[in-house]
Each structure stands twice: as structure tokens, then as C-alpha cells.
Design a protein around this ligand. Structure first.
Ligand code: MN
Length: 226
């Protein structure tokens, strides 16, 4: 059974369940003990989870007033993990803050506050139930996300939940857009030169009970089998 490392975060339960139900064994990392350089050689896949904002100076910007810092040490730790995972071609699924970490780790930047910086009528930061769908996403035909989701949806659109106020802006090296919201906000990115390197801005793990995104986790775990 492939071991999936999950970078520590506040709401672990759903990430763990989603990985387990897809056939993966979970190893929750400890920032104090598990150095990124040793992690990439010791696990079969990496999941980067949700959380606070990445420090804007890491992508060369001053902080917007809405900046909401992540736990001390988390930015450096996860950016290093993401860099090393891409380098080692370790399968990676990056969720919410995770997609932002992935993009910044590859030299990209972020929309710091969708509400004030993007003209949109879509509410990306809904406070409804975690499994309430908020908006649709348009999936890039032929992308990894498209191939994985094809068994779920027959069209190129799919409904997702949404609890984010930031999103990828300029894309990092090697990354392409796998999905956008109808307002143009980037909702998924991938590096197609890697075995499995995918970031999504929504929270597929919240649907573990009903399985809407199980193929996403199954494809990730399957890629981690090597
Ligand atoms: Mn959204």
C-alpha cells in the first residue's frame, strides 16, 4: 500500500479519510522531525493541504491588508517539500493552500484577495457546509485533471465547493492551467512533465463520504504505487 505523506494542517480528518478510502496509507508529517530532503525518499506520494496564506514576500509582493498568515515555519517547510517533490517526480496532490504553495515553489505568484482584486460575482469564500457546491469549474480538455475526472463528469464542467480568498496568478515554471472558474480564477494547475503533479483550489477531500472526487484520490494513490 503506498504511503502518502500529509503536511500537517488543522483539519486533517477528511484528507486522511479520502486518502485511506482510495487505498493509501497516511503518514502525517511532523515539521520538527521530518526534514523535506528525507521525506521525499521515504514516502510514495505527498499531499499538501489547506491553511493560511503564503507570505507574499516569497513571491515578491507586499502583503494585501487581508493577509492571514499560516503557522510559523509552514511556508518554508511546504515550499521546500513541494520543490523537492517536483524534482524527485514524487506524485503530489496539492489542495487549496497547497495549490498556492505549489505555484509559489515553482516561481509563480498569487492573487492575494479575489474579492478586491478580481471583478467577480462568484463567492469563492462560502461559509456554507463544507460539501455545499459553490460554483462550476471548466476543465482544460486533455489535461491530467480531465483524464482523471472523465469518469465522474461527461462534460468539461464540474461543480466544486469553494473556501479560498486567494488563487494562482502568474504560473510557476512547468505549470499549466487545468481548470478555471467562469470568472477566470484559476482553480487547478498541473505539471504534465511529472507522473502526477496536480493542484486544485477547491476541497475534494470533504466529499469522501459520498465519493464525488474519489477518482481524483484514486488516480493520485495509483500514481504513488510507482
Ligand atoms: Mn473557487
Amino acid at each position: 500500500m503506498p504511503t502518502i505523506a500529509i503536511a500537517p494542517c488543522d483539519r486533517l480528518h477528511d484528507y486522511e479519510e479520502a486518502v485511506r478510502r482510495a487505498g493509501g496509507e497516511v503518514r502525517v508529517l511532523d515539521r520538527a522531525k521530518d526534514r523535506p530532503e528525507s521525506v521525499v525518499g521515504a514516502v510514495d506520494g505527498l499531499l499538501l493541504a489547506g491553511g493560511g496564506d503564503v507570505l507574499p514576500s516569497t513571491y515578491g509582493e507586499a502583503a494585501h491588508p487581508s493577509y492571514d498568515a499560516a503557522e510559523p515555519g509552514r511556508d518554508d517547510y511546504e515550499i521546500e517539500l513541494a520543490r523537492r517533490a517536483v524534482e524527485a517526480d514524487l506524485p503530489m496532490l496539492a489542495i487549496c493552500r497547497g495549490i498556492q504553495v505549489l505555484n509559489v515553489a515553482r516561481g509563480g505568484s498569487l492573487v492575494q484577495d479575489i474579492d478586491s482584486q478580481v471583478g467577480t460575482s462568484i463567492n469563492h469564500a462560502t461559509e456554507d457546509s463544507p460539501v455545499a457546491t459553490a460554483h462550476e469549474v471548466w476543465i482544460t480538455p486533455g489535461s491530467l485533471l480531465d483524464r482523471v475526472m472523465r469518469e465522474l463528469v461527461e462534460s468539461d464542467t464540474c461543480m466544486v465547493n469553494s473556501r479560498h480568498h486567494q488563487a494562482p496568478k502568474a504560473l510557476g515554471t512547468g505549470l499549466t492551467v487545468s481548470a478555471t472558474a467562469p470568472d477566470g480564477v484559476i482553480e487547478a494547475i498541473e505539471d504534465s512533465s511529472r507522473r502526477f503533479c496536480l493542484g486544485v483550489q477547491w476541497h475534494p477531500e470533504n466529499f469522501y463520504r459520498t465519493g464525488e472526487f474519489r477518482p481524483l484520490f484514486e488516480a493520485f494513490v495509483e500514481a504513488s504505487r510507482g
